[in-house]
Design a protein around this ligand. Structure first.
Ligand code: GRE
Ligand code: ZN
Length: 321
């Protein structure tokens, strides 16, 4: 086995499950098959053993999709508080091994901003995670901007995580193949398209003009955007459009993680387009196993100093750990 440099390993897109929150869902959103669900439900021995076996020191925990993004304000505002309080208790049982991202009741953006502040200032959370469309809307919509204003004020990032595509999209784009290839709707492609679209819309919305210090994290090596940033930037700079530098916003306000995408060519592309300081280690456990992630990073053809930045240096700085 290749030795990794001596440094802590912090993984920042690592999921768990809250039974009360999940009781509001049906189908695949209510729980994942077998072993995956057993791991989502575990916040103790099994999780810690799989972290230890792969050399992961700390998981920054977040709920699995769709979290609180499809629950109405009447329920979600109080529910998110209980969910975050329970996560806080779980972190308290292993405070050197776990940290957390908050679940936010996006149905009421003011309440979501207040919950973000409570979670950061009172519970020590590192930011929040939002999963896909919120209540059928893309989250660049102005109704959600109070959340981004507060995140900027608190200087914590918002992690944009995939969730199931809009039902009309799933039907028009994937129905022909969803039976034979259920993953095509999710991590194989559907998640990526939906999340990349959200990120592009965030840039187009002007939210980074109003909130220039807003920080957004994308998983999965940036949901294809580092590969496409040149083309998107060039196309949006053609005449006849509102003035905007896509590259400036993408490379200044966004961070990306290695979750579920352990490709060396893709990583090198990300480093070349965004710089080493914007790339953070993540696995996407338990949807993806820990060991392939740490083994892969150890073998990447980058110097130890850069590996240290990815494995924990960048998250120490961004998440103040
Ligand atoms: C899921 O939410 O079900 C999921 C992920 C990431 C990869 C695979 C997967 O979040 O099924
Ligand atoms: Zn994930």
């Amino acid at each position: 086995m290749l030795l990794k440099p001596k440094c802590p390993v912090i993984a920042i897109e690592e999921h768990y499950w809250d039974a009360e929150l999940a009781s509001h869902f049906t189908g695949i959103e209510a729980g994942r098959p077998g072993e995956t669900q057993r791991r989502l439900d575990d916040l103790g021995a099994l999780r810690l053993k799989e972290m230890d076996d792969a050399g992961i020191d700390i998981q920054v925990l977040s709920h699995g999709a769709p979290s609180t993004q499809k629950i109405g304000a009447d329920i979600a505002v109080d529910l998110a508080r209980r969910v975050n309080d329970r996560l806080h208790q779980a972190i308290g049982r292993h405070p050197t091994r776990f940290a957390g991202f908050a679940a936010l009741p996006t149905a009421d953006a003011k309440a979501a901003a207040d919950e973000l502040e409570r979670c950061v200032t009172r519970l020590g959370f590192k930011g929040a995670m939002i999963h896909g469309l919120a209540h059928g809307k893309f989250i660049d919509n102005r109704q959600f901007w109070p959340i981004y204003a507060r995140a900027e004020q608190l200087d914590v990032p918002i992690y944009l995580h995939p969730s199931l595509p809009h039902a009309a999209v799933a039907d028009a784009y994937y129905a022909d193949y969803a039976q034979q290839f259920p993953m095509v709707v999710r991590p194989a492609w559907g998640y990526t398209v939906e999340t990349a679209t959200t990120a592009i819309r965030m840039v187009l919305s002007g939210v980074f003009e109003s909130h220039p210090r807003l920080k957004i994290i994308l998983g999965h090596l940036g949901e294809t955007l580092p590969f496409l940033v040149w083309r998107i930037d060039q196309a949006l700079a053609r005449p006849g459009q509102k003035s905007l530098s896509f590259r400036d916003v993408f490379c200044n306000n966004f961070y990306i993680t290695t979750s579920g995408n352990f490709s060396t060519p893709a990583l090198l592309c990300c480093i070349m387009e965004m710089g080493i300081d914007r790339i953070l280690f993540a696995v996407d456990w338990p949807f993806v196993e820990n060991l392939p992630a740490t083994q892969w990073l150890a073998t990447t053809p980058i110097c130890d100093e850069d590996k240290v930045k990815i494995l924990s240096g960048n998250s120490k700085r961004l998440l103040r750990m």
